[in-house]
Design a protein around this ligand. Structure first.
Ligand SMILES: Cc1cc2nc3c(=O)[nH]c(=O)nc-3n(C[C@H](O)[C@H](O)[C@H](O)COP(=O)(O)O)c2cc1C
Length: 378
């Protein structure tokens, strides 16, 4: 990692990435929709949640080892799907996948990846394909078949994006993809709608409204399940009722997510619905969560509230921007170190033991140190 300042936590990586990235790319990464209330709420809710530790338990063999979707992982963490990694580093998704492989955690590659899924899978990482439901259903099925043939280990269907939320930073910046970066899985080459800048809109939102279907329902969930032997995961669940329905439809996991505050602004923070969702699915499928997880104690809180694992999104791009594979690896190593520290200090020898911890909510954490919008550069 080339950053000139020492990097001891993810916040250090964030600051280094903020200094390194062009403003419009930084805004694309950091921003949320509308007033960014939900973006901020994810962090505030985590800062307001406190853990009740246990003592007098032998933690000398404390380990972060766990399993996700039935496969062993070095810690209950994965990299969330994010579009266009090549905006952040020349090697894009390949660099991210290599880091995930070295760290022993899964990498969820986006439909909107800037590297072909076959090339990402060829790194040998544990790769899950994130799928959007396209207007041309056959293209969605083809992409899932390609993922399966390439050796991907799961399909993650994102269900919170009938169209793109109004991301004002991108609209103001007239954000568009540079010609050198393509949505290769969709054959979206230079000169596409996503590359054409327009006053009053984000080119990515324009492309999404043309290419994505807003008609996704449970019937497509069933259709995907019938066509692939890979575990199916639904991403973007916030309601315990939807989570229960997902379990009835035989999904392998749900991801409790508000898309990092990028879809409907004003939706609830993910950590605040986690306990109810894990109760609603009652062990019938795994429960993952994302949205603002930045420290080992954040992950501990998710485990205590019933999560099987946590996905991290933006921090992977902070690492990528700062140091390619090494930067993403450093981000994951820091989280692993912090998680082990948190588990042991909470009296938990294992990830499983953390699930029996109690938590307590107090706004004092948020108030004492008023949260600064993560997307600001200061
Ligand atoms: C720049 C960016 C691109 C994203 N692209 C996708 C995507 O292609 N598919 C998807 O399901 N979610 C996408 N997301 C949402 C993330 O998967 C994740 O839900 C969100 O970033 C929350 O985690 P975080 O707070 O750790 O970033 C994206 C998020 C960001 C910030």
């Amino acid at each position: 990692v080339t950053a000139s300042v020492p990097l001891h936590c993810l916040e250090d990586l964030r600051a280094a990435a903020a200094a390194a990235l062009p403003q419009d790319v930084w805004d694309f990464l950091s921003g949320g929709s509308g007033d960014e209330l939900t973006l901020d709420a994810n962090r505030e809710a985590l800062r307001s949640r406190f853990v009740v530790p246990r003592v007098l338990r032998d933690v000398s063999a404390c380990t972060t080892n766990a399993s996700l979707l039935g496969r062993p992982v070095s810690m209950p963490v994965g990299i969330a799907p994010l579009a266009f990694h090549r905006l952040f580093h020349e090697q894009g998704e390949i660099a991210t996948a290599r880091a995930a492989k070295m760290a022993g955690v899964p990498f969820v590659v986006s439909t909107m990846s800037s590297t072909a899924i076959e090339d990402v899978a060829a790194t040998g990482a544990s790769v899950w394909l994130q799928s959007y439901w396209l207007r041309d259903a056959q293209r969605s099925f083809d992409l899932i078949a390609r993922a399966e043939a390439a050796g991907c280990e799961a399909i993650v269907l994102t269900v919170d994006m009938p169209w793109m939320g109004r991301r004002l930073r991108d609209i103001r910046n007239r954000f568009a993809l540079p010609d050198t970066i393509e949505a290769v899985n969709l054959g979206l080459g230079p000169g596409s709608v996503a590359h054409r800048s327009h006053e009053g809109s984000s080119a990515l939102a324009a492309h999404t409204s043309l290419a994505f279907s807003a008609a996704l329902t449970w019937s497509q969930v069933d259709a995907i399940r019938e066509r692939t032997r890979l575990p199916l995961v639904l991403k973007g669940i916030l309601s315990p009722d939807d989570a229960a329905e997902a379990a009835e439809h035989g999904v392998a996991a749900v991801i409790v997510s508000n898309h990092g505050g990028r879809q409907l602004d004003g939706t609830v923070a993910t950590i605040d619905v986690l306990a109810e969702i894990s109760q609603a699915v009652a062990g019938r499928c795994e429960v993952l969560v994302d949205g603002g997880f930045r420290t080992g104690t954040d992950i501990l809180k998710a485990l205590a509230l019933g999560a099987d694992g946590v996905l991290v999104g933006r921090p992977a791009m902070w690492g990528l921007a700062v140091g390619g594979t090494d930067g993403v690896r450093q981000m994951l190593d820091l989280l692993g170190t912090e998680l082990r520290d948190a588990l042991g200090l909470a009296g938990c020898e294992s990830v499983r033991a953390a699930r029996a911890l109690r938590t307590f909510t107090s706004r004092s954490g948020a108030d004492r140190n008023p949260y600064q919008n993560e997307g600001s550069r200061t």
